[in-house]
Design a protein around this ligand. Sequence first.
Ligand SMILES: O=C(O)CCC(=O)C(=O)O
Length: 208
Amino acid sequence: MDEGARVELAGGGWIRLIEGAFDAHEARMAALLEELPLCVEEVVVFGRRHPTPRRTSWHGDPECAYAYSGRRFEPAPWTPELARIRDRLEDLEGVRFNSVLANHYRDGRDAMGAHADDEPELGPSRDDVRIASVSLGAPRRFVLRHRETKETLALSLGEGSLLVMGGALQRSWVHGVPRTRRPVGPRLNLTFRVVVPRLTIRRPCSTS
Ligand SMILES: O=C(O)CCC(=O)C(=O)O
């Protein structure tokens, strides 16, 4: 894959990987690990509660609540380092991301199962969802799989890298970070998103 080039994928989605988009990654990761209220959340899968195999925290503008895996998360405020990265992404991408999910993988046992970021909060259409994923710390394998053809694409997301996913990728492909038996150090991943705040439905006033 050409550094920084946009790669079109089957089904109308695309990805772009920029290695080393963010410098000073060790200091950034240390600052973020201090600032973020990371914790192991319980999610509901097939009616059963499970602890997530990683630590997470959800941040954003006040109206950016987000629901996934049977839970609804209210956003914690932007921290100084998250806001710096968000502002840099706005310069790079021309998109004002209003929320971010932080995922802390403590070692190779921490992982994220195959899924698509296709929650209704990301807009009415799954054909144009932009996600900017910033990785700090140990490189991990990131695997994309086409829902129908099962074609797979594996990337290594190294420290300071930026992976942008766009178009209809979330409709046609799933992605995840598999467990590994290799000894790997901690990694912090930040997936910046644009949440469309829920519309307030106003009932017409009674005229009688
Ligand atoms: O850690 C990663 O690179 C993936 C994170 C992810 O898929 C997500 O936050 O939805």
